[in-house]
Design a protein. Structure first.
Length: 126
């Protein structure tokens, strides 16, 4: 869903809620894997641990890229900071904000896709 909203440049809050729920589920899965490890789980495929823990790392990296997206957009337009955006006409401000939101949503949608794939792989290797 977030990919569709990204394509349409639609800054819908539902996409962010779904992304955050997915990140929470990845953390719960990693905690569950830790509990299983403490309990002595020895999966047949050693890749289980990678699939179970890597989504948390992917989410962390995606958050760092998301934070950098605004600065990339400002740098591309040769604006020094958010206050410089506030001095622009309203239509240009809206354009910049939508570009930042679209970039952030794109990064987080791609990360959500990777996290979902890894979570499904982890469940398939238990």
């Amino acid at each position: 869903m977030s990919g569709i909203l990204w394509w349409r440049v639609d800054p819908n809050t539902y996409a962010w809620v779904l992304i955050r729920v997915g990140q929470g589920a990845a953390i719960v899965q990693a905690i569950g894997a830790g509990v299983l490890a403490i309990g002595g789980l020895d999966p047949d495929d050693g890749l289980y641990w990678l699939y179970a823990l890597l989504p948390v790392a992917v989410s962390f990296v995606a958050e760092q890229l998301r934070l950098a997206s605004a600065q990339l957009v400002l740098d591309a337009r040769e604006l020094e900071n958010a206050q410089a955006v506030g001095r622009l006409p309203e239509d240009q401000q809206r354009s910049i904000v939508l570009q930042i939101v679209r970039r952030e949503l794109g990064v987080m949608s791609a990360a959500a896709l990777v996290v979902c794939f890894l979570a499904l792989r982890a469940l398939g290797t238990v």
